[in-house]
Design a protein around this ligand. Sequence first.
Ligand SMILES: [Zn+2]
Length: 135
Amino acid sequence: MQPYNKDLKAPVTMEVNPSPKARVHRVEWKKVMAGDPVEINPSVGSGYRVMTVEEWANRWKRNEDFPECLSCGGGRTKEHFFTQTWCRGRKHWESETLCLDCFMFNHRTYVDPDFMTPEQWEKKHWEGVATAVTR
Ligand SMILES: [Zn+2]
């Protein structure tokens, strides 16, 4: 498979937000910011604990394709959300990173101009087949 971030045919949509745009971690982020206890990762322990942003984001990795923070330009970012969908060589992906310096979330999303989800493509394909049969 080709890399998701190469051969882009449209601009990457970029957004900076004070809270995650991706639904995942949105509730915990509010707690971290408020200084409320958050759930300890089950692989490390159990229960709840007050954590610093750095502790909370500890197990996330930096996305080396997009290391820079769109807000402060720093490079201490951690990716907490990434998804990509490929369909017939067309791609759609979404990435969100948290900056450990300014605590802003960097959201990047890209979609090929002629991208269709596998479901959309299948629907269109079968509609085409149906049309061909009725003719
Ligand atoms: Zn930053």
